[in-house]
Design a protein around this ligand. Structure first.
Ligand SMILES: [Zn+2]
Ligand SMILES: [Zn+2]
Length: 171
């Protein structure tokens, strides 16, 4: 059952905020995060028509095995990192958008097709970005696997990360 105040995003990225607010130390943690940020993340599509920059601490980094991510990307699963929307900037070109669900918009390069972002209409303060489109995906570390109830049988997970049948569970 979803908490109406904090609806669970498909990729499970909101939960950090929930626990911080609950513990009353969210402001301090955000301050520390800002201090730790040294280098923005940049990325873009295969053909180079679309480029972006994201700053701030990414959160909810997950391998999503849901069917929609699979079909949208053409890959067995997609790895996402959440950013505050105001810290995500397009620096070149304009991606094409597609509403993959009633309240979900995905963006991709209209020329080469690279999947770029995922955003929920009811959570406009946050945007998920594909690690595969980043210039240096190795700088981020995935936290878990989500929507594994849709995981393909020939994908074998050996990374010991937490596994969630659907979205990440709220503590
Ligand atoms: Zn492109
Ligand atoms: Zn997904």
């Amino acid at each position: 059952m979803l908490d109406p105040l904090f609806p669970s995003p498909l990729h499970g990225r909101l939960h950090i905020f929930v626990s911080e607010k609950a513990s009353g130390i969210g402001e301090d943690i955000n301050l520390i995060r800002e201090m730790l940020i040294v280098k923005p993340i940049e990325g873009g599509c295969l053909c180079g028509a679309v480029r972006y920059r994201a700053s701030g601490q990414p959160y909810g980094i997950t391998h999503c095995h849901c069917r929609t991510c699979r079909r949208a990307s053409g890959a067995p699963f997609v790895t996402w990192a959440g950013f505050d929307t105001d810290k995500f900037t397009l620096i070149k070109g304009e991606p094409t958008s597609y509403a993959s669900s009633a309240n979900v918009v995905r963006s991709f390069c209209g020329k080469c097709g690279t999947a770029l972002t995922y955003q929920r209409a009811d959570l406009t303060g946050s945007i998920d970005v594909t690690l595969g489109s980043m210039d240096d995906p190795e700088t981020l570390t995935p936290e878990d696997h989500t929507w594994t109830e849709s995981q393909l049988s020939w994908i074998s997970l050996g990374d010991q990360l937490p596994v969630y049948p659907r979205e990440r569970k709220v503590e």
